[in-house]
Design a protein around this ligand. Structure first.
Ligand SMILES: Nc1ncnc2c1ncn2[C@@H]1O[C@H](COP(=O)(O)OP(=O)(O)OP(=O)(O)O)[C@@H](O)[C@H]1O
Ligand SMILES: [Mg+2]
Length: 328
């Protein structure tokens, strides 16, 4: 944690770790969420998203590392969470009470002028029309929206949401995205977890991709797209011979045998040109040699799948540990 922390930074996380026995659910996460960000915390099931958010909200204690929300430690209780609201997994309500009555209970706990914000919050999330109905009869999407209404009672500057659109139908997902955009346009900083790249792509300006508790990438989506890089596909009449040529060819890397042929990456186009001559020399006629534009999805899967988590660069003189992709 830097010694001088500007108070205005909504979230700073340094070296965050959570261990459950042998399992390291969150493994050295460094994260910065700037004011105005809609920040996507993206990763597959079990990557440690909810556990990270729980620590950020002060609901569980980190095994190591630190969280600062607007410069304050959320472990220090309610005062430290001023201006912050959110929920993990699903919000909980009394099913026999109406949406409005549930919000009244929350507002009386929150104190201040929360009671006066109930109607406005219901309106923002689009529940004014069913506020008198019992929550037990609400759909999943309505409950998620009521959870956000409950968060809005606190007049947050920072909203933390754990998979807010998961389990919603396409219409519900769109409504949730519109709502988050609206809140962001109103000046709120948002962090949301998701396992859906498309959702994060649509909503977020910055993203952290988390895999097995570690950050595999952190930065803007535009930079991530730039990193994705293109690949090539080669099919010849003699695949074994072609692979030997590929393996020996300078500037050619990342060979992968697929059903369609061999996929590889190239340093530049001239490396591909040289390859085609080398294949002809080796008597391995080319049937197909094509460039394939990488999608963000390819990169997401390459960052979140495979056997081993990406290796972390060693910490240098006490500097926060940076991961290779982030450091690139
Ligand atoms: N209280 C706990 N006790 C033991 N293990 C836990 C506990 N909470 C989480 N874990 C484990 O930590 C890992 C990360 O869990 P977490 O719920 O944070 O993942 P997630 O990214 O939110 O996954 P999902 O997309 O399924 O919600 C998992 O292997 C999970 O089983
Ligand atoms: Mg989760």
């Amino acid at each position: 944690m830097p010694r001088v922390t500007p108070q205005a930074i909504p979230i700073e996380v340094r070296g965050l770790v959570k261990r459950y026995g042998e399992l390291v659910a969150v493994d050295g996460v460094d994260l910065t969420v700037e004011a105005g960000d809609v920040f996507g915390y993206l990763g597959p099931n079990g990557a440690g998203k909810t556990t990270s958010l729980r620590m950020m909200l002060g609901l569980i204690r980190p095994s190591a590392g630190e969280v600062r929300l607007f410069g304050r430690d959320p472990q220090l209780g309610v005062k430290a969470l001023e201006g912050v609201a959110g929920f993990v997994e699903a919000p909980s309500f009394y099913p026999y009470l109406s949406g409005r009555e549930n919000l009244r209970l929350f507002a009386s706990l929150d104190g201040g002028d929360a009671l006066e914000r109930i109607e406005e919050s219901l309106g923002i999330v689009g529940l004014a029309g069913c506020a008198k109905d019992r929550v037990g009869g609400y759909s999943h999407g309505m409950r998620q929206r009521l959870g956000i209404a409950a968060a809005l009672l606190r007049k947050p500057r920072l909203l933390m949401l754990d998979e807010p659109a998961t389990g919603l139908d396409p219409g519900g997902m769109r409504d949730m995205r519109d709502l988050i955009r609206e809140l962001s346009a109103g000046g709120m900083t948002v962090i949301l977890s998701s396992h859906l790249l498309a959702e994060v792509e649509e909503l977020c300006n910055r993203v952290a991709i988390v895999r097995s508790g570690r950050i595999a990438y952190q930065g803007s989506l535009a930079e991530l797209r730039a990193q994705a890089g293109d690949s090539y596909l080669l099919r010849t009449s003699d695949e074994a011979r072609a692979r030997a040529v590929l393996a020996a060819q300078p500037g050619i890397e990342g060979l992968e045998a697929t059903a369609d042929g061999t996929r590889f990456g190239a340093r530049d186009e001239s490396a591909v040109g040289a390859l085609s001559l080398a294949l002809a020399d080796a008597d391995a006629p080319i049937l197909e040699l094509s460039r394939r534009h990488a999608t963000l999805e390819d990169l997401f899967f390459s960052l979140t799948e495979g056997d081993a988590p990406p290796p972390a660069a060693p910490a240098a003189d006490g500097a926060p540990r940076r991961h290779p992709v982030e450091a690139a």
